[in-house]
Design a protein around this ligand. Structure first.
Ligand code: MLT
Length: 324
């Protein structure tokens, strides 16, 4: 019987179905990601591993996994997976690159509105028995400039929704076809990063975590933003230098930020970001809607079962069938 190791909370109808398959043995250990020694041990007998973003699939882990045929990532980002090591070992990497994009885009819009209208702080204040209407006077999204840094799948979905709010869209992305019809339809103006930072009222980040993007948003970039600007990050926490962000907020270099993702998850209790009243925080929930999770979990469960039964993965990153 093929063994599928699930090392994080990957739940849903498709997972329930997978657990009932008579030819598959699903070992569900949602906290295993947090215990590298036990993980190294458990992977020895596994033919598949299903992870989210917290399990570190390193070259060392792969070396300890002689029977592994597929690493299935329930989500879009592959920064927790050493894809080179997995590929070199002939193991399939499967993921769900678009299944949660819409949910991420919707959360980004929610964060723009939270910042513009002070929704979280007004909520907290009213619970203290206050009724401070004027204190929470906000601004409209309409007529404002949205700067999209990384306008691929998610960035485009955000831009479409922001356009419906009457925002003007500017973008920075050297990897997309800037002549694409989706950008024409939205009247997107592509700018150099410095120009975007200097003109945008809201800056939304949709970048993968790469050596070139780690701590990309640091002091020098914050200095280029308007003092009234808001930064929204729903991509990866490490893209933002959090110490520089805390300083920029504290000293009024920018007006506020909303972060769904942090450099360390969960972050240290009471760090400078958590203590700042200019920040709206959510615990990496952009992809956490019932609809997105159903699609994501369906996709990784389907691929794990297919590969273990000698078939091909549909959502493959490297190749559809194992080479070992
Ligand atoms: C993703 O990469 O798909 C999202 O950030 C959610 C996740 O990491 O699981």
């Amino acid at each position: 019987m093929s063994r599928i190791l699930v090392t994080e909370g990957v739940n849903g109808v498709a997972m329930d179905r997978l657990r009932e398959e008579s030819d598959l043995n699903v070992v569900f250990e949602p906290d295993l990601w947090n215990n590298p020694d036990a993980l190294n041990d458990a992977i020895k007998d596994a033919q598949a591993i299903i992870v989210r973003n917290q399990t570190q699939v390193t070259a060392e882990l792969i070396a300890a996994a002689p029977n592994l045929k597929i690493v299935a990532r329930a989500g879009a980002g592959l920064d927790n997976i050493d894809t080179d090591a997995v590929t070199k070992a002939g193991i399939v990497v499967s993921f769900a690159p678009s299944e949660n994009s819409l949910s991420v885009a919707e959360l980004a819009i929610g964060l723009f509105l939270s910042l513009a209208r002070n929704i979280p702080s007004a909520d907290q204040d009213i619970r203290k028995g206050n009724w401070n209407r004027a204190l929470f006077t906000g601004g409209e999204l309409s007529g404002k400039i949205l700067g999209v840094v990384g306008i691929g799948r998610i960035g485009t979905l955000v831009a479409q929704r922001a356009k419906a709010f009457g925002m003007t869209i500017v973008a920075h992305d050297n990897f997309v076809d800037q002549e694409g019809t989706q950008y024409k339809e939205l009247d997107v103006t592509f700018l150099e990063l410095d120009e975007l930072l200097g003109s945008a009222d809201f800056i939304t980040v949709h970048l993968p975590l790469l050596p070139s993007t780690r701590h990309m948003f640091t002091e020098s970039l914050f200095a280029k933003m308007k003092p009234s600007a808001y930064l929204v990050n729903t991509s990866r926490g490490e893209v933002v230098d959090e110490i520089a962000l805390a300083n920029a907020l504290e000293s009024g270099v920018i007006a506020g930020a909303a972060l769904d993702v942090r450099s360390t998850e969960p972050p240290a209790v009471g760090d400078a970001i958590v203590n700042s009243d200019k920040v709206v925080l959510t615990p990496h929930i952009a992809a956490f809607t019932h609809e997105a999770q159903e699609r994501v979990v369906e996709s990784v469960c389907r691929d794990a079962a297919a590969v273990l039964r000698g078939g091909a993965a549909e959502g493959f990153f490297n190749f559809p069938e194992p080479k070992r």
